[in-house]
Each structure stands twice: as structure tokens, then as C-alpha cells.
Design a protein around this ligand. Structure first.
Ligand code: ADP
Length: 464
């Protein structure tokens, strides 16, 4: 089984890991650099101090009396000794004038031991070194001095205190950074993970059939915002589909109920002998059965069109050619009603599914024939515009009442007039037209005046 870890903990851990590695690297680098710099600085300070001691001691010789100021020499020597410098001063003949070790052997040893211990702690493997300098006055050598100290550098107690404080501060900064890294990781992870978790919950609600859910909080992260909009859109679309499906079921059962009830009651009356079985009554039943089979084939057609719209077979087609072919198919039906059917326009090419567009024209033309009385006129026109190919089907038939125009493209919608006529269809023809045109990215509109005629305009885009 795969062990699932939450997005939040994964993000938190990743951020923590990255920040931890960065923190350790930066701390280690700062530690090494600060130590190196401090060692170099101390080494420089040791040299400067040695040279200042030498200069100072040199001044304590009085050339006129050829004597040394022994009191000052002693004071300066002890002062240097406490700082970790063990001095031995010689005169020009090499005789010892002042020597720290012979002056206070125990103190010297103790100071040397202290410094060695401190430097061992620092993991410095240096040792005591001795440097001898000539003492001069007016370019005359008046003696020499030997300076012994822990080389190449050593730390005084103050130095050690300073560097210890620095290390503590660095450690505290590291600790604080770690704390803020944890906090930032936690907050960031929460910020990213929360919408994802909520989105998953909403998706689950949608899966359970609740299409009313909508994500309402504002999210400032671009990708998450897209996810939320996609989920909202999904819920809205599914809701719309669900409403359509319910409407369809309701409409279909309504359409089926009327003819079935008529057939049922007629047959029942005849079986029970209430009615005599006459050819007229049987014919009426037969008509109802025909209406039913018509409805079923219309439904089949709608289902097929809506399914096929997902896989349109688009090729460059000539709308004028399609118009000619559709008119040729319905010529006989029009002629039967003495309706004049004409095509006008110029060859116009658009990318489209030829069979589907033909179906659009057949539906529009069948309606026009159906709703135009004998002796009427139907005209198909093809127009070419820069961005669209346009098909117009115009008749001078019964027309559609203004208040009914907005609904004629809805499934199962029939105008009052056509509902009263038994020959009318189930109100699916225009729904099919709209579905096909929309799937091509086009539009279909209707204009009509009652008892004057109707005009249907289909616009198909030239660009895919
Ligand atoms: P039907 O199968 O009933 O013709 P349609 O979806 O094709 O269904 O049309 C819906 C309604 O629009 C029809 O009932 C009819 O009243 C009206 N209609 C469609 N085309 C025309 C037209 N050319 N002239 C008048 N009415 C029309």
C-alpha cells in the first residue's frame, strides 16, 4: 500500500529541509570566515604589540650616561608579561639588563601555562616562539631584546570572551532563523494546502450531486485561482447538464403520455365493446403510433447530433453547394404543396462538417415547407463576408408570434399554432439546428412576423 502523506506536511518538510541546509551552510561559512579573520587579525596585533614593546624599551636607554632606566624597564617588562610577552633585555655587550624569567619564574610559568591551555582549547597547535630584535638609538645598536610569546598568535582573555560572544550570537541567529523557517514553512504550506483541500472537498460534493456549491473566497495565487474557477465552472456545467437532463426526461414523458393515453383509451373501449372497431378509429390509433415513432426518431437524431458534435469532421465546404443539394432533396415535397423553392448567392467556403450543415438546411427547409401554405415562396441565400459564411432561409408562410420567438430553439418547444396541427413535429428540429451551429462556433437567429413569413440566419466562422 502506498503511504499517502498530506500536501501540507510535504511542503512544510521540503521548505524546512531547504532552509535547514541553507542555514547550516551559511552558519558554517560564517563561522569559518569569522574565525579565520579573527586569527589573522590577532596575529597582526601580536606583531604590532611586539614591535611597540621593542620601540618602548629602546627609549629607556640614556646614551649620555650609558645607563638604562631600570625602574621603567621593570614596569614595562611586567606589563608586557601580563599581556603574555616574556622579555629579556640585553645591553650592547650581551649582558642581561632585565629578564622576566629570572625576575619572577613562577609568574612566567603560570602565564605561559594559562596561554597554552587557552590555545589548546582553541585547537591551536602552535607553541612558544622567541624573536630577537636589535635595540638602536640614533642608528647605534644599544642592545637587543628577546620577546617570547605563543606563536604565531595567541588570544588574551578578552579576545576569548569576544570570540565566545560572537559564537553565541551566531548560534542565536541560527536558532532564530530556524524558528522563522519553521513558521514560514508552516504558514506557506497552509496557504497552499488549504485551497487544495477545500477544492477536493468541493469536488467530492459535486461528485455527490450537489451542483450548487461554489467557491467564494478570493485566492491570490494564479494557479490555485485557475483550479477554483475550473471547479466552479465544472459545478455550473454539471448543474446545467443535470437540469437539461431532467427537463428532457420530463418533456419526453409528457410527449409520450398524450398519444399513449389516446391509444390506450381507444383500444380499451374497443376491447370492452363500448366502441365498435371501425377503420376510422383504428386509423386514429395508427396515427398516434406514427406520432410516437416520429418522436422516437427525432430523439434519436438529437442524441446522435449532440454526441457527434464532440467529433465534428471539419473540412473546407462550399455553402452554396450544400444549399443546392438540400434544396434538391426537398424539391419534390415543396412542389407537392406548390411552393416555389429558390437558391441565390455566391460560392462561400467555411471549415465545417458537411453532413451536419446539410442537416441544418434540411431542418430549416422542412420547417419552411411545413409552415408555408400552398403557393408560397421559400428562398435560400448564401452570403460571403470577411469573417463568416452566412446561410439565410426565408419563407412567406405563417410566421411566428413575437412572444414565442425567443423559445423556438428550445427542445420540445412548439408554437401554439403548430401544437394545434396534428402534422407538426415534436419541437426538436430547431434544437438540432442550434446544437450543430453552436458546435461549429457559429450563431443562428430567427426573425418573423405573424402571417408574413420567417427568416432564419445561420452564421459560420471562417477561422477555426
Ligand atoms: P417542429 O418539429 O415542431 O417543427 P422545430 O423545433 O423545428 O419543431 O420548430 C419549433 C417551432 O418553431 C415549431 O413548432 C414552429 O411553430 C416554429 N417554426 C419553426 N420554423 C418555422 C417557420 N419557418 N415558420 C413558422 N414557424 C416555424
Amino acid at each position: 500500500m502506498i503511504l499517502l502523506r498530506s500536501l501540507r506536511s510535504q511542503i512544510s518538510l521540503s521548505i524546512l529541509f531547504v532552509l535547514l541546509v541553507m542555514g547550516i551552510l551559511i552558519s558554517a561559512l560564517v563561522y569559518v570566515i569569522v574565525n579565520r579573520q579573527f586569527e589573522a587579525y590577532t596575529e597582526n596585533q601580536v606583531n604590532i604589540r611586539s614591535e611597540s614593546i621593542v620601540a618602548n624599551i629602546g627609549h629607556q636607554y640614556n646614551a649620555a650616561t650609558a645607563t638604562w632606566n631600570l625602574d621603567y624597564l621593570h614596569a614595562a617588562g611586567m606589563y608586557a608579561l601580563y599581556d603574555g610577552y616574556i622579555l629579556t633585555v640585553y645591553d650592547a655587550s650581551g649582558q642581561i639588563v632585565w629578564d622576566a624569567e629570572s625576575h619572577d619564574m613562577t609568574l612566567c610559568e603560570q602565564i605561559m601555562e594559562d596561554i597554552s591551555a587557552r590555545m589548546r582549547q582553541w585547537k591551536n597547535n602552535g607553541g612558544f616562539v622567541s624573536k630577537t630584535y636589535d635595540l638602536t638609538q640614533d642608528e647605534q645598536v644599544i642592545g637587543s631584546i628577546s620577546v617570547r610569546y605563543y606563536g604565531p598568535y595567541f588570544f588574551s582573555e578578552n579576545d576569548v570572551r569576544f570570540i565566545d560572544t560572537l559564537h553565541t550570537v551566531l548560534f542565536l541567529i541560527g536558532l532564530l532563523s530556524l524558528f522563522f523557517a519553521l513558521l514560514a514553512g508552516h504558514l506557506l504550506a497552509r496557504r497552499i494546502a488549504r485551497p487544495v483541500t477545500e477544492a477536493a472537498a468541493i469536488a467530492k460534493q459535486i461528485a455527490n450531486g450537489d451542483y450548487e456549491v461554489q467557491w467564494k473566497h478570493e485566492i491570490k495565487t494564479g494557479e490555485l485561482n485557475q483550479l477554483i474557477s475550473a471547479i466552479n465552472e465544472l459545478a455550473a456545467q454539471l448543474g446545467k447538464q443535470e437540469t437539461l437532463r431532467r427537463q428532457l426526461t420530463a418533456n419526453v414523458s409528457h410527449e409520450l403520455r398524450t398519444p399513449l393515453a389516446a391509444i390506450g383509451s381507444h383500444l380499451e373501449a374497443m376491447v370492452e365493446g363500448v366502441w365498435e372497431m371501425t377503420p376510422e378509429r383504428l386509423k386514429s390509433c395508427h396515427e398516434e403510433v406514427e406520432r410516437l415513432s416520429h418522436l422516437v426518431s427525432d430523439l434519436e437524431c438529437l442524441a446522435k447530433v449532440e454526441g457527434d458534435n464532440l467529433k465534428l469532421n471539419k473540412t473546407p465546404v462550399n455553402l452554396l453547394e450544400i444549399a443546392d443539394s438540400a434544396v434538391a432533396t426537398l424539391d419534390t415535397a415543396a412542389a407537392k404543396k406548390s411552393i416555389l423553392l429558390a437558391v441565390a448567392g455566391i460560392p462561400t467556403h467555411v471549415p465545417a462538417d458537411k453532413d451536419r450543415i446539410r442537416q441544418v438546411l434540411i431542418n430549416l427547409l422542412s420547417n419552411a415547407i411545413k409552415y408555408t401554405p400552398s403557393g408560397g415562396h421559400i428562398r435560400v441565400e448564401v452570403k460571403d463576408t470577411p469573417f463568416q459564411g452566412i446561410l439565410i432561409v426565408e419563407d412567406d408562410g405563417t410566421g411566428i408570434a413575437e412572444e414565442e420567438l425567443p423559445f423556438i430553439f428550445e427542445r420540445f418547444y412548439r408554437t401554439d399554432k403548430s401544437r394545434n396541427r396534428k402534422t407538426g413535429g415534436a419541437g426538436i428540429g430547431l434544437a438540432i439546428v442550434k446544437s450543430i451551429v453552436m458546435s461549429h462556433g457559429g450563431t443562428v437567429t430567427a426573425e418573423s412576423r405573424e402571417n408574413q413569413g420567417s427568416r432564419f440566419t445561420v452564421s459560420l466562422p471562417k477561422e477555426e
